[in-house]
Structure formats: C-alpha cells, structure tokens
Design a protein around this ligand. Structure first.
Ligand code: A3P
Length: 307
C-alpha cells in the first residue's frame, strides 16, 4: 500500500526555481557528497532526447563491444542516474557505490543544479539534444506511464506547460542552450538525436574519438546493430521492463514507445524523428513555432524536426 501511495503522482518540487520530480528533488541534498573522478564520463540530456540509446552505445564502447558484458545489468545500473530516487528502487548514489571506474554517469540536471565537482574535475560530457517537438510528444507519453510524475493532463495543457518550462527539469529551451554554451569552455561532445538516427555509425565514431577509444570496424558495426531501436526495444536490459509496474506502466505507453504503439510494419516507424506531426494540430504547431522563435532567438543551435 505504502508503495502505491508514495508513487501516486506527487506534485513537482521546485529547487532553485527548477521544477523536479519530488523524489529527485529529495536526492539533491545527498548528492552534495558525491565526488566526481577525472576519468568519469557524464551523459547529459534533457529527458526524452536519446539518453538510454547513447548510454547503451557508451557501455558497449567501454566493454569493447562484448554483448555478454552489456547484459550484466539493466542500463540504469550500468550507467548510474545521479539524481535518481524512487520508492523501492536503489537511488543513483546507491548504484554508484558499487560501480567500479571508469564510470559512465547520467544526469538530466540543468547547470544550476549540477554538482560542481563534475565541472571541477573537468569530467567529459556527452550531451544529446533532440528537437523540441519530438521531445514534448515523447515526454507527454512518458508522464503518462512513469507515475513519479504528476498527471500530464490533456495534450494541449501539457504542451503549454512544456513551453512555460513547468515540466520536470524545467525549460528545454534553456537546457539545450546552456549546455551548448558550456561546450565552449568544457569538454562537451554535443550530439543530436536526429544525426544519430540518420547515421548512427558516423556519430559512434565521433563518440569513440571523444572518449579516446578505438575499436575495429566490425565491432563498431556490432554496436550499431545492438543499439538499433528494434534491438533495444526487445532487450530487457535496455527497455526498462525490469522497473516495477507501480513506477513505470508500459501498458499505458512503452518506454521504447513508437515500436509498441505501431508494429514496425506500420508507419510511423519506431524511434523516429518527426513523429510530432501525428500529435500537433496545425494551430498548436503555429503557436509553438512563434514561441520557439522568441525563446531561441540569438542561439546558434539549429535543430531538425523533419526526418
Ligand atoms: P519516443 O518516445 O519518441 O519513442 P530517453 O532515453 O532520453 O528517455 O529517450 C527516450 C526516447 O528515445 C524514446 O522516444 C525512445 O523510443 C527513443 N529511443 C530509445 N532508444 C532508441 C534507439 N535505439 N533508437 C532510436 N530511438 C531510441
């Protein structure tokens, strides 16, 4: 009973002006004791931008393409999620205690909440950004299935909340821009989901160079294959099916979403760029575009929201 009550969609909690899942907000204080190591690697993303995908790619790289080693545990254990906390599941910090270096870490935190130790230790960062329209659609479905979030409300009201930065982790617009700015002074490899979708091998080569690993071409091909949407969707170590139903209900919406809603033979095809078109109305799209132009004015980042 306790577990069900605890996970019954508590309201977001604001920390330094940033709205967060209540449990994650509570995890920030213990996180102050976290000490980064110079050989850590941080994966940073705004939620729903391809975090799990790039996590699996990086673990494959660190394990030299060894599939068995990558099946040793679910992705959220292999790549500790720094601010993670939810009833009945080990926190990110708990997982971290049992993670031997060199460690791959994950966060969605905006810079205002990022543990300073990561910057002080000059920890390398792989940042993945995804176009805002696909992010907000993916986030809406994630809110529906992951019950640590408040109720998403209607799609229209959720879209407004996203534009106002009133969803967990706050403003997408600020997140993608501030991490881009950071990449000018800190070792950040800034990647785009759409580029990974277009040519995963090319992007994996960028990651290899950034982390200073080199692998034979056939291993790179194996990583491309193993980290395809179809493979990750059926892999219990990457599809979050091991998380208790009270926390994530895949019957409402699968974590690897598009594949579940639409069988691969039926368009739109899984893990895609441009899916937002099936959700946005023409009016919502126009309103979003106008607001987007204001919020991203003067920013040199350019996103592709077409496949
Ligand atoms: P959709 O909800 O649009 O399907 P995150 O891991 O940051 O939470 O991002 C989740 C999104 O990435 C989901 O998007 C999921 O389907 C997509 N995704 C996960 N693995 C993928 C892969 N291997 N290829 C393409 N998309 C992937």
């Amino acid at each position: 009973m306790e577990l069900v009550q605890d996970t019954s969609r508590p309201p977001l909690k604001y920390v330094k002006g940033v709205p967060l899942i209540k449990y994650f907000a509570e995890a920030l204080e213990p996180l102050e004791n976290f000490r980064a190591r110079p050989d850590d690697l941080l994966i940073s993303t705004y939620p729903k931008s391809g975090t799990t995908w790039v996590s699996e790619i990086l673990d494959m790289i660190y394990q030299g393409g060894n599939l068995e080693k990558c099946r040793r545990a679910p992705i959220f254990i292999r790549v500790p999620f720094l601010e993670f906390k939810a009833p009945g599941i080990p926190t990110g910090l708990d997982v971290l205690k049992d993670t031997p270096p060199p460690r791959i870490l994950k966060t969605h935190l905006p810079l205002a909440l990022l543990p300073q130790t990561l910057l002080d230790q000059k920890v390398k960062v792989v940042y993945v950004a995804r176009n805002a329209k696909d992010v907000v659609v993916s986030y809406y479905h994630f809110y529906r299935m992951a019950k640590v979030h408040p109720e998403p409300g209607t799609w229209d009201s959720f879209l407004e909340k996203f534009m106002d930065g009133e969803v967990s982790y706050g403003s997408w617009y600020q997140h993608v821009q501030e991490w881009w700015e950071l990449s000018h002074t800190h070792p950040v490899l800034y990647l785009f989901y759409e580029d990974m979708k277009e040519n995963p091998k090319r992007e994996i080569h960028k990651i290899l160079e950034f982390v200073g690993h080199s692998l034979p071409e056939e291993i790179v091909d194996r990583i491309v294959q193993h980290t395809s949407f179809q493979e990750m969707q059926k892999n219990p170590m990457t599809n979050y099916s091991t998380i208790p139903l009270d926390i994530m209900d895949h019957k409402i919406s699968a974590f690897m979403r598009k594949g579940a809603l639409h069988p691969p033979s039926f368009p739109p095809y899984p893990g895609i760029a441009g899916d937002w078109k099936t959700t946005f109305t023409v009016a919502q799209n126009e309103h979003f575009d106008t607001d987007y132009a204001e919020k991203m004015a003067g920013c040199s980042l350019s996103f592709r929201s077409e496949p």
